[in-house]
Design a protein around this ligand. Structure first.
Ligand SMILES: Cc1cc2nc3c(=O)[nH]c(=O)nc-3n(C[C@H](O)[C@H](O)[C@H](O)COP(=O)(O)OP(=O)(O)OC[C@H]3O[C@@H](n4cnc5c(N)ncnc54)[C@H](O)[C@@H]3O)c2cc1C
Length: 378
């Protein structure tokens, strides 16, 4: 199959890029190993929370804040286009403090965020309980971030895929890509077992597997970071806001479930749900809302975050003409994935990125590569 652009990986990033490229008239093919949204993009909790997640001095801050704005425009656009609501919540996020140290940390966050013109309000313990009557009475304060929110990431993936197809993209599922096809030093497509797909542009949107595209001279050093989620079934809803503690979070879903997360585990590509992982997440959930002790557990699962050594994504051109990376979004890929898809689709079309991509270039890893020829030691 010949195309203008091949996108490897049908997660939130790949699908977001596909719908924009297809709309711009590029013949776009997404090649997905399993099924659309098979991995982190549907395993995630769906927080769209740049202010709760990002530090003041992080190179991610601008991308994260723009990622949140992008969701505000994307949700109604997708609903108008596909008829699917992605349940982008509008009630904000509350971070809880249980100790004096937690309070100091939240105050520091409130201070730099308000200095930057971002809305963040300190809450006393009574105000926290008034906003969220089901949280632990032991809270000693909180921080209300009205702009942070959550989205139903499973619905979002479905809507992105429907939009991409409606705009003319092809999605090929059940087809693991094994490597790049490179001719005369430039990208000419990808190989998927015995089948070659030809295109002059390939976008690596392979999530936690992004380091595994054979033929890439400098693959992004992405590694899987496992996270457990537990879903509780409770109607009426237990919480109005996303509620975070220093250890984890509870995310209310419009479908009546409340998701609790998560763990941060280096366990390779192993996707088993473990007793230890569940124990950690249940502990997080019960600390935030002890009332959950009486609520049925509806489901549990794990997902693999695409982590990088410095915690920053890899976005931009690769080391071969025609190769682009959109990978390594770690714990904020739902927040930033749609924007990153748009940015990389723009790069393919020769458009400038609205955000400085220098901190996210794959070349930052070039110096740390193992040397092919060992240096002589005399
Ligand atoms: C437990 C958990 C909670 C999270 N919570 C949040 C949150 O609240 N907010 C937030 O912003 N982010 C969250 N994240 C992070 C977010 O889920 C990820 O950053 C994001 O989904 C990454 O999207 P992606 O498209 O890059 O990767 P993925 O969704 O993993 O998609 C990559 C796709 O590539 C496919 N693929 C891999 N190899 C090949 C191959 N060889 N050939 C073809 N296809 C291939 C895979 O099958 C997969 O479908 C969470 C993640 C986890 C695990």
């Amino acid at each position: 199959m010949d195309a203008d652009v091949i996108i490897v990986g049908g997660g939130i990033v790949g699908l977001s890029a596909a719908r924009l490229l297809a709309a711009a008239g590029a013949r776009t093919v997404v090649i997905e190993r399993a099924r659309v949204g098979a991995e982190a993009s549907t395993a995630a909790a769906g927080m769209v929370a740049p202010q709760a997640e990002t530090a003041e001095d992080s190179p991610l801050l601008e991308l994260a804040l723009r990622g949140r704005d992008h969701h505000l425009a994307l949700a109604p656009a997708l609903e108008a286009e596909t008829g699917l609501s992605v349940d982008l919540a509008c009630r904000g996020l509350i971070e809880l403090a249980f100790t004096g140290e937690d309070l100091r940390r939240l105050e520091a966050r409130r201070s730099w965020q308000t200095r930057r013109g971002l809305a963040a309000e300190a809450l006393g313990p009574a105000e926290v309980r008034e906003s969220e009557p089901n949280v632990n009475p032991a809270v000693c304060g909180g921080l209300y971030i009205p702009g942070d929110r959550c989205v139903d990431n499973v619905r979002l993936v479905r809507a992105l895929a429907a939009s991409a197809v409606a705009r003319g993209a092809s999605i090929v599922t059940g087809r693991p890509v094994t490597g790049l096809v490179v001719e005369s030093g430039v990208v000419a497509g990808v190989q998927a077992a015995a089948e070659a797909f030809r295109a002059p542009v390939v976008i690596n949107a392979m999530g936690a597997w992004a380091s595994q595209l054979a033929g890439d001279p400098l693959p992004p050093p992405v590694e899987p970071v496992r996270g457990h989620i537990v879903a509780f079934d409770m109607a009426p809803a237990l919480l109005r806001h996303v509620v975070c503690s220093p250890r984890g979070y509870l995310v209310p879903r419009a479908d009546g479930r409340t998701l609790a997360g998560s763990t941060t585990e280096r366990a390779g590509f192993d996707k088993i749900v473990t007793a230890a992982g569940l124990g950690t997440v249940l502990g997080i959930a019960l600390e935030i809302a002890p009332i959950l002790g009486d609520v049925p557990v509806a489901d549990s699962w794990v997902g693999l975050r695409p982590g990088t050594p410095d915690g920053l994504p890899v976005i931009g051109p690769g080391m071969l003409p025609g190769l682009f990376h959109a990978a390594g979004l770690y714990r904020n890929g739902i927040l930033m994935g749609p924007l990153v898809g748009e940015i990389v689709a723009g790069l393919v079309r020769g458009l400038a990125s609205p955000v400085d991509l220098a901190p996210f270039s794959v070349t930052r890893f070039a110096a740390g590569r193992p040397q092919l020829v060992p240096e002589r030691v005399d």
